[in-house]
Design a protein around this ligand. Structure first.
Ligand SMILES: N[C@@H](CCC(=O)N[C@@H](CS)C(=O)NCC(=O)O)C(=O)O
Length: 366
């Protein structure tokens, strides 16, 4: 998401590469593992930030790494926090033990259409920034490097001890969370979960690489295209790779069906994942794009050759399985932030900022 995305002279979207790429480990000269030392800054609309929230929840890190959520509206100065009631409120209670969000925003009685960009509903539109009382995400970048001239993006993994950004690349941040760095601060069940098990690492890497380029980033390349020619090429490619994903998941599902029988849906779903037969990083990286597809990308980014719910039955089942059977996925998904974030923050795509009410429901029951 961005008020004005980077595009080149051909009208093609070019994603900026991330600037801060450190890790946290006992061997690192500065960034040592510790509880309460690191802080995660996210936007709930942002798919890249979403993967870090899911991983934080899955690895039981909510009590170890605090979190702040920017307001869903990205304006021409970037992301902002809600005003602090007092500069030091610890918002960890909002991101409860499961690492999820208060569902008030999803069940709230105010229809999306009536919500204005200046809404200031603390813990619904976002949180304050409790560590320094900052108003803007950009302040964290400037604090780290006064000469920083890149984009002010979420997610940020922040070190409260040195007051610097450790890392602002989501694919690194999820690997840091998945590493053993924080093992001593979490329970056995969370320590045991490895999202990139050695035997599957090769398959996960191959899957991630085309999913990133063709699907995760593919929707952006489609939606931010500035010429019909670029748009048509990108949207065609995007659906070609969704077709590929559907075939892959169909093979998986059919195999499980043959093993357990058509009526044993529970048993099938317990092993129905993108790679292997347990949850891995591949699911974590695919989910944020697929859960946004029908509610945001289909209309806002003109990714409208098909919908997940009506045209990709296997991807749809996989999505519902993730959302309904895995708390870390459901509790970090906020459809209001997603819909409002995209439709109100990108005037070049949606100049009037009218947020479509549909499709309904946001996600179908399992
Ligand atoms: N490479 C980054 C990309 C993050 C990114 O593009 N974040 C968007 C939100 S979806 C952002 O903060 N954009 C603000 C801007 O570009 O001004 C990652 O994966 O962590």
């Amino acid at each position: 998401m961005s008020a004005k995305p980077n595009t080149d002279e051909k009208g093609e979207f070019k994603r900026q590469s991330s600037s801060f790429r450190e890790i946290i480990s006992a061997e690192h000269p500065i960034y040592k593992p510790a509880s309460g030392r690191y802080w995660l800054y996210v936007a709930l609309a942002c798919p890249w930030a979403h993967r870090t929230l899911i991983t934080r929840a899955l690895k039981g890190l909510a009590p170890v790494i605090g979190c702040s959520v920017v307001h869903w509206h990205l304006d021409d100065q970037g992301w902002r926090f809600l005003e602090a009631r007092d500069g030091k409120t610890n918002e960890r209670h909002w991101f409860d033990i499961a690492g999820g969000i208060n569902s008030a925003s999803s069940n709230g009685s105010t229809p999306v259409a009536n919500i204005v960009d200046s809404a200031h509903r603390l813990l619904i539109d976002g949180t304050n920034e409790p560590n320094y009382g900052h108003k803007r995400l950009s302040e964290l970048y400037i604090k780290t490097d006064p000469g920083y001239d890149g984009r002010f993006t979420v997610p940020i993994l922040w070190d409260l001890e040195t007051c610097t950004i450790v890392n602002n690349e989501s694919s690194d941040i999820i690997r840091i969370f998945n590493s053993s760095a924080f093992d001593e601060f979490v329970g056995e069940e969370h320590r045991r979960l490895d999202l990139v098990p050695r035997p599957l690492e090769g398959q996960i890497t191959v899957f991630n690489s085309w999913v990133y380029d063709k699907i995760n980033n593919g929707v952006y390349k489609t939606g931010f295209a500035e010429s019909a020619e670029v748009y048509e090429r990108e949207v065609t490619s995007l659906f070609h790779y969704l077709d590929k994903l559907e075939i892959l998941l169909d093979e998986k599902y059919s195999k499980l069906e043959a093993e357990y029988g058509k009526t044993s849906q529970d048993k099938i779903l317990a092993r129905y994942f993108a790679i292997g037969d347990a949850l891995t990083e591949a699911d974590v990286r695919l989910y944020p794009t697929i859960v946004r597809f029908d509610v945001a990308y289909h209309q806002h980014f003109k990714c409208n050759l098909a919908t997940i719910r009506d045209d990709y039955p296997r991807i749809h089942t996989w999505l519902k399985n993730m959302y309904w059977r895995h708390e870390a996925f459901q509790r970090t998904t906020d459809f209001n932030h997603i819909k409002l974030g995209y439709t109100r923050s990108q005037p070049q795509v949606n100049p009037l900022g009218i947020t479509p009410l549909g499709p309904k429901p946001d996600i179908w029951p399992l």
